[in-house]
Ligand binder design. Structure first.
Ligand code: GRF
Length: 213
């Protein structure tokens, strides 16, 4: 946590609509999340989430991968910009780029992601249709620590929703998204209050017991 305050300093990375970013802004405004967002980065200049950030008075940066030769150059430049904000946590909120091992190592134990599935099930994209096709009776969302492997880090929090008869990917996505907006601020608040601690890739409760699953 930054020395100057008892609030977590967050930097949020987005690529799209930014409804999860909005849920964090709203939770902070409502006093439910002891944090402040010092910057929002997007790799996509068209991301609607940038407008949400600007409306909330948050500094925005567009970091387009098209401006760089390769992934490691892009990631190094992005990390260099992010460290200037000295964030306690980097919050991936619909950031549609895989981060290189070098980037993850630079912020180890400090990058969180929300994934629209009950990890370890359905890593990757198109999770809602894949859950329907697999005949799942429940689906959900996971807040997890980001490690080098895609959608693979230990979980902080999950929310489950039923898969209903007649569900389409779109209807299931809406049900899951509602839960994402609930659990992402909640998981970050557990870190802000020390209810959860992340150490060497392990999530622990405030008694030092691993809650990693
Ligand atoms: C969410 O479903 C999130 O789980 C996934 O990307 C989507 C982003 O939505 N990683 P939004 O931009 O927060 O609205």
């Amino acid at each position: 946590m930054s020395a100057a305050s008892d609030r977590l300093n967050l930097v949020v990375l987005i690529s799209g609509g930014g409804t999860n970013l909005q849920s964090l802004i709203d939770a902070i405004d409502a006093g439910e999340l002891s944090a402040s967002i010092s910057a929002v980065f997007s790799n996509n200049s068209e991301a609607f989430g940038l407008q949400r950030a600007e409306k909330a008075g948050i500094t925005t940066h567009i970091a387009s991968h098209r401006d760089y030769e390769n992934r490691s150059e892009y990631d190094a430049a992005l990390a260099d910009q992010i460290v200037k904000y000295q964030p306690d946590f980097l919050i991936l909120a619909g950031f549609m780029r895989i981060l290189s091992a070098g980037f993850v190592a630079r912020f180890s134990d400090r990058i969180l992601n929300i994934h629209p599935a009950l990890l370890p099930k359905f890593k990757g994209t198109n999770t809602h249709q894949r859950a329907i096709d697999a005949g799942e009776v429940e689906h959900g969302a996971t807040v997890h620590l980001v490690t080098e492997a895609l959608d693979d880090g230990p979980n902080l929090l999950q929310a489950r929703v039923p898969v209903l008869e007649g569900d389409t990917a779109a209807s299931l996505q809406q049900r899951v998204l509602k839960e994402e907006h609930r659990i992402y601020p909640q998981a970050i608040q557990m870190l802000a209050t020390g209810k959860l601690i992340i150490q060497d890739g392990v999530i622990k409760d405030n008694n030092g017991f691993s809650v990693t699953n």
